[in-house]
Ligand binder design. Sequence first.
Ligand SMILES: C[S@@+](CC[C@H](N)C(=O)[O-])C[C@H]1O[C@@H](n2cnc3c(N)ncnc32)[C@H](O)[C@@H]1O
Length: 294
Amino acid sequence: MLSIAEQVNSGRLVCPRTHAPLQWDDGWLTTADAAYRYPLIHGVPVMMPEAQQAAYLAQEQGKMAIEYQQAGRQPLWPRWVTRWAARDYRSEPSRRAFAQTVAQQPDGALCVAVGGGPFHVHPRLTNLNIGLFANVHVVGDAYALPYADDAVDAFHIEAVLEHLEFPETAVAEMFRALRPGGQVLAVTPFMQHFHAYPNHFQNYTLVGQERLLRRAGFEIRSAGVCVGPTYALTSLNYRFVAEYVHLPLLRQLLLALFAGWALLVRPLDAHLNRRANAHILASTTYVHAAKPLP
Ligand SMILES: C[S@@+](CC[C@H](N)C(=O)[O-])C[C@H]1O[C@@H](n2cnc3c(N)ncnc32)[C@H](O)[C@@H]1O
């Protein structure tokens, strides 16, 4: 990943309010006229008003990060078993889109994961998040990205658009900050339960997500299912029990049953994802797009 120092010194990481370049000033990043300044917390620039950041943390107390990190705890069995069990059999076209957007970028490319963390899904990605927790490299708001116009080579935004009350604003911000020819990969839930990180406003159909990006000016390169129908069905089964079955013994029994069922049937998605109607019950869909060249 392009270091924060390189991002600042090259004028790409800028003031989110004025888009003016920043200077280093005794542990702060400041605009040349000193009108705005942003602190670094353990080396992570906090590129938004402190009050906004404090409000987010107070509201959620890092709930999502805690949940994600608990999921990552070492159990009694080897890690590969957990990784295998958690496989989502995402589609080949969506993997190719990720490779083209992020993995195949040249050294020195600036690739930003909006709403990224606590996982660092690729070493090239700079995780930008409204909360400060593990693997967040820049604290910032999707509605006011701290990047200059045409400064970013690629954006990855996965499982985030559903949490934004104004997704159009975030998409317009990515369009502004992306260089012409730069790519964006959006992956968003369609068939998923309500999950508030910190809130949950909508899910997207495939066509809905495609139109969202097209309306902002993006050219669509490919679009389709990312995580398929069997994953959707099994995770909703599991969630139903976790949410509504309270008798302890029955709950444990059903949870174990559905977990086993999920392991058995999820590989079906490797086949279903190739079907034209896979998006009708997909867990998530993806849209791979580019900012047109002038
Ligand atoms: C469901 S999580 C997805 C995390 C990660 N992208 C992944 O796929 O594992 C949604 C993330 O979006 C972040 N988020 C919500 N609103 C945001 C905003 N306005 N700007 C930046 N990040 C935001 C949340 O803090 C949360 O970490």
